[in-house]
Design a protein around this ligand. Structure first.
Ligand code: 5GP
Length: 196
């Protein structure tokens, strides 16, 4: 069986990666599996452990780093976030197209680690403008001002990394951008089959 793709969706905080990802996952033909990350962040209302994230303590996370359980990890606004390695590889071996939705620092590590892997597809999601991004970050209303400022400052720096990705997609409208990404994935799946 052909190994599945590793699909990387990244972009600045607040750009809408999560919403776009949920939309894309409605398309079952793409044979996607979501890579559930580990984080030390506290769950937001409605988030489910083992579904949105594996919510763990700092201690458990640092143990995972030490044991090399993570494909990549990053510290983001005071918390750890990382991708469990074994799960990603297992799913790809089963022919699933594994979808990582992660911030840019971790994505950079994945892109370096997998630079020889033809099964990698990297997509950077762009906000229509920085003003719009600020509105979206504030719209969550779940965080104090200093955290919002930190997320915004980081988002501006993150935008400079878009050139490292195979595709840049503008998130001007959730349905439109999700459709564009689904089409990119579909074409890559077809190209991956032909490469045999
Ligand atoms: P949030 O706290 O809003 O859920 O996530 C903050 C940021 O961390 C988002 O940009 C999200 O995509 C990113 N993120 C989620 N999981 C991971 C991961 O496993 N690794 C890295 N590097 N970033 C992640």
């Amino acid at each position: 069986m052909k190994k599945g793709l590793l699909i990387l969706l990244s972009g600045p905080s607040g750009v809408g990666k999560g919403t776009v990802r949920k939309q894309i996952f409605k398309n079952t033909d793409l044979n996607l599996a979501y890579s559930i990350s580990m984080t030390t962040r506290k769950p937001r209302e409605g988030e489910v452990d083992g579904q949105d994230y594996f919510f763990v303590s700092e201690e458990r996370f640092e143990e995972a780093i030490k044991n090399e359980e993570l494909l990549e990890y990053a510290r983001f606004v005071g918390n750890y976030y990382g991708t469990p390695k074994a799960y990603v590889e297992k799913l790809r071996e089963e022919g699933k197209n594994v979808f990582l939705e992660i911030e840019v620092e971790g994505a950079k590590k994945v892109l370096e680690e997998y630079k020889e892997d033809k099964g990698v597809l990297s997509i950077f999601l762009l906000p229509p403008s920085l003003r719009e991004l600020e509105k979206r970050i504030r719209g969550r209303r779940s965080e104090p001002e200093e955290i919002i400022q930190e997320r915004l400052g980081k988002a501006k720096r993150e935008m400079g990394l878009k050139k490292n990705y195979q595709f840049n997609v503008l998130n001007d409208n959730i349905n439109r951008s999700s459709q564009e990404i689904a089409r990119i994935i579909d074409l890559k799946i077809k190209a991956n089959k032909v490469e045999d």
